[in-house]
Design a protein around this ligand. Structure first.
Ligand SMILES: Cc1ncc(COP(=O)(O)O)c(C=O)c1O
Length: 390
């Protein structure tokens, strides 16, 4: 397959100012990533700073609730509280190799902004984080963390003040400073080579799942379930299993209130292929092909597009797409909290809700790995308010 293309998805649809920068990034990645020196630095940071490998936890009580054997891949235990640091450390190291001194990025749940601020400090790079005004409000605790680490938080008030708008503003700003500044993309979205780079750095998740499940169960899982918007935690978990055709891959997106086009983020259910942020992806659009704003209570899943690689995997049938609705997601937070003593992020709770709502699809002998992408501390206020009002 042509580089950066995943079936009909992917590509590089960018302002010509950015083309040389994307080529520079691709060349740097291809040159440095495979070297023993880069691997040593990256794996060293993953181990000693991020806290990898993360455990694969047999969730006995949750298993009983859903009627099959479920392991949780504990990405909530990565320093910072989610999988986002895996990719941020990789790209920050790459930025140093390229010789740039600054990082910019966008964030919604705040997890990727926090991860970038952390990686910036570790690699001696100044960091600026663009964040929609709506997300600044609903993810206030992460905004405080990012600021405490000395990174600048720039509010974005265009559009509906959420992730899509923050990405647009970061891309716009990047065209003015791309020779000195690296845009540390937070998910498997954007123009080539970003989806490839992010998925490669995140695939440490799936490599660990493979090793750990073989040790614990002596076989591969039957199914891997992961939530997602752009797809970075899902692809991180899925990638090492894509050629293992007996392993079912289930991707869970944000259903929002309902599948009504004004109240959802479920691009696989109600979107179609289109271009956003430099690539063709599965996208929420109106009848004229204009991007439709997505809607879900989960900031990190509130993006109208699915990244090119996950779009391709769903289109060719290798992965299956499902969704969970907001009310089911809040219930799933409570269920997991009480079953296992673990409070999941609202994003992660989509994967949990999917399993709870599709119990009948899971066989009692089925071995399932649920990629537990993050912890729910950042969502506590939203969660408590929801239950107070409910
Ligand atoms: C905990 C958590 N899980 C999942 C996601 C969704 O992102 P992705 O699809 O890139 O994994 C986010 C995004 O912010 C997140 O914070």
């Amino acid at each position: 397959m042509k580089k950066g293309k995943y079936g009909k998805f992917g590509g590089q649809y960018v302002n010509e100012i950015l083309m040389p920068i994307l080529i520079e990034l691709e060349e740097a990645f291809e040159k440095h990533y495979p070297t023993a020196e880069f691997q040593q630095k990256f794996n060293g940071l993953l181990r000693d700073y991020a806290g990898r490998p993360t455990p694969l936890y047999y969730a006995k009580n949750f298993s009983e609730l859903v009627g099959c054997k479920v392991y949780l891949k504990r990405e909530d235990l990565v320093c910072g509280g989610s999988h986002k640091l895996n990719n941020a450390l990789g790209q920050a190291l790459l930025t140093k190799e390229i010789g740039k001194k600054r990082l910019i990025t966008e964030t919604a749940a705040g997890q990727h902004g926090l991860a970038t601020a952390m990686a910036g400090i570790v690699c001696g790079l100044e960091t600026e984080v663009f964040m929609g005004v709506k997300d600044i409000k609903r993810q206030a605790s992460n905004v405080k963390r990012i600021k405490l680490l000395g990174a600048k938080v720039t509010p974005v008030d265009i559009g509906t003040g959420v992730l899509k708008d923050a990405v647009s503003d970061t891309l716009r700003y990047w065209t003015s400073c791309s020779t000195t500044t690296h845009y540390l993309m937070g998910s498997t979205v954007g123009p080539h080579p970003y989806p490839e780079i992010v998925a490669t750095f995140q695939s440490v998740i799936g490599k660990e799942i493979k090793e750990e499940i073989l040790k614990k169960e002596g076989r591969l899982p039957d199914t891997i379930v992961a939530c997602g918007s752009g797809g970075s935690n899902a692809l991180g978990a899925f990638r090492p299993f894509i050629d293992e055709k007996d392993v079912k891959l289930v991707f869970v997106e944000g259903g929002g209130e309902s599948l009504d086009a004004d109240n959802s983020a479920a691009a696989f259910k109600i979107g179609k292929p289109g271009v956003l942020h430099g690539a063709v992806m599965q996208l929420l659009q109106d009848d004229d092909g204009q991007v439709k704003p997505s809607k879900t209570r989960s900031a990190g899943l509130n993006y109208p597009g699915r990244g090119p690689e996950i779009s391709g995997l769903v289109a060719n049938g290798r992965a299956q797409a499902g969704c969970a609705f907001d009310t089911q997601v809040f219930d799933a937070v409570k269920t997991m909290s009480r079953a296992e003593g673990l409070i999941p992020a609202l994003e992660t709770a989509h994967a949990i809700a999917y399993m709870l709502n599709h119990k009948e699809e899971f066989d009692k002998n089925e071995l399932v790995v649920l990629n537990y992408s993050g912890r729910g501390d950042k969502d506590l206020e939203t969660i408590m308010r929801y239950f107070d009002e409910a």
